[in-house]
Design a protein around this ligand. Structure first.
Ligand SMILES: [Zn+2]
Length: 474
């Protein structure tokens, strides 16, 4: 008799096999396969629970329970349910509920001496790092899990086939209240483009120009999370799901471990907590260089792989990156104007040279805020209307459910229209095309017009050239 259960491996619930066999001998339970002290103790509980629910513990038989794979130390809060069910099935006292297939079920529950079954608290992190399609058989619980589940209240009930289907995973999202901040026409346009297409953004300019306020408003304008993303977010946040798409804003002194995750036991990093939502990085250039290096993988692939010896886990990490940066160390430099900057020209150049890293290529839209000194009169509701209209247009004309990240543009003759493209990398061109698509969507155009090319070029190509050649400095 073999059942499937879960063991806690470095903080992650991992499936294991529970083999049960009866041998002539004293009526005892022997657990082999590197169980920890708690699992060995639960053997005593199992015996008591079987008796108090009116079942019989096999006479003149020793129950051997083998946990596989045998090379890892097992620690588990919920192995007891699999042990009990295995013994009762092996001795023909119960049958597995007919609608469930024992090979497909993960049996994970805590039992007390009276044979009542409970759902262990650590199940909330189940399937944290993988798409688990198995069915979970556990005790009663008050929270909803992101997997198909059946619940058992007591051992006697399973003998009568009374197994309840758990609550289905349903989650209603709620868009945050839109703040009363007003924006200029130029700012509102930029915000609509970034929010509608979910394009990674870097805002560059002197301090006091509202960069941080600007990026903090964008998450509330995004489309609601997809059902797949909601499930993933639920698992990553261990059941404490945020009401809207997650927003994570780590401090610039964050370590690489804090940003991407890892350690013993492995913990998810800020990039995974931002999965399905937004990663806000204020003072972008102040982050450690190793953080930039580590961010390349999740930005490119939408996931992060943590490897430690033979142990390897994949954490999802697909997020919208919104970043801000000053133009100099003191933050006061404004190009082409008198200003309070106390940095030397060399300091400024050194600071600016840091924009030349590969990190800049992960950002689609680069915008400058040095002209942002006027008051605007456009509220977030109006911007949201534009964003929603663009999303609706992309859904209607291209049946597109996701943002413009993988849009193909083979039919656009872009080379003839924008001369600057010759100096841009393939990657930057790809980002340009995505932004161009969003700009055309915002105006309900199937084919982008020439002024759309100009606007996209301004945001993706010319601004990139300006920042990498330090033209913005003078
Ligand atoms: Zn300065």
């Amino acid at each position: 008799m073999t059942l499937q259960s879960l063991s806690n491996l470095d903080g992650i619930l991992t499936p294991i096999e529970v083999e049960i066999s009866l041998l002539p001998g004293l009526p005892n339970i022997q657990v082999v396969g590197l169980p920890d002290a708690a699992i060995k103790e639960s053997a005593i509980k199992v015996k008591a629970a079987i008796r108090s629910q009116g079942f019989e513990f096999p006479k003149a038989r020793t129950v051997i329970i083998n946990l596989r794979p045998s090379n890892i130390r097992k620690s588990s809060q919920g192995l007891e349910l699999a042990m009990v069910l295995g013994i009762l099935m092996q001795t023909n006292q119960i049958k597995f509920p007919c609608e469930l297939h024992e090979k497909k079920c993960l049996i994970y529950g805590e039992i007390n001496l009276h044979g009542e079954v409970f759902c262990p608290e650590d199940i909330r992190g189940f399937g944290e790092f993988e798409n688990e399609s198995s069915i979970l058989v556990t005790g009663e619980n008050s929270y909803v899990l992101g997997v198909d589940q059946y619940q058992i209240k007591t051992l006697a009930q399973i003998a009568n086939g009374q197994v309840y289907k758990g609550q289905e995973f349903k989650f209603t999202t709620q868009r945050p209240n839109l703040s009363g901040t007003k924006f200029t026409k130029e700012q509102a346009r930029l915000m609509s483009i970034v929010a509608a297409g979910e394009h990674p953004l870097l805002l560059v300019g002197p301090s006091g120009t509202g960069k941080s306020t600007f990026i903090h408003q964008i998450p509330s304008l995004l489309r609601p999370p997809s059902s797949v993303a909601t499930k993933e977010i639920y698992k990553l946040w261990k059941g404490k799901i945020p009401p809207w798409r997650p927003v994570v804003s780590p401090h610039h002194s964050a370590t690489m471990l804090a940003m991407v995750g890892g350690g013993v036991p492995p913990k998810i990093g800020e990039v995974s907590r931002a999965h399905g939502g937004t990663l806000l990085m204020d003072e972008f250039l102040e982050y450690r260089s190793e953080v930039f290096e580590a961010l390349r993988e999740p930005i490119e692939t939408g996931k992060i792989v943590i490897a430690r010896g033979s142990f390897e886990k994949v954490f999802p990490a697909k997020f919208l990156l919104l970043a801000t940066s000053n133009l100099c160390k003191c933050g006061n430099y404004v190009p082409k104007r008198s200003n309070k900057c106390i940095c030397t020209n060399r300091d400024k150049q050194l600071y600016f040279s840091r924009f030349n890293g590969p990190m800049l290529d992960r950002v689609s839209v680069i915008a400058f805020t040095d002209g942002w000194d006027k008051m605007g009169d456009i509220g977030l509701e109006r911007i949201l209307d534009n964003v929603n209209a663009a999303i609706k247009f992309s859904q209607k004309t291209r049946s597109q459910e996701l943002p413009n990240h993988n849009v193909e543009f083979s039919d656009l003759k872009i080379d003839e229209k924008i001369g600057i493209l010759e100096t841009s990398s393939r990657r930057r061109l790809k980002l340009f095309k995505q932004v161009l698509r969003t700009i055309a969507d915002l105006e309900g155009c199937k084919t982008p017009k020439s002024y759309h090319f100009e606007e996209a070029s301004q945001l993706c190509l010319k601004s990139h050239q300006r920042i990498t050649t330090q033209l913005a400095l003078y």
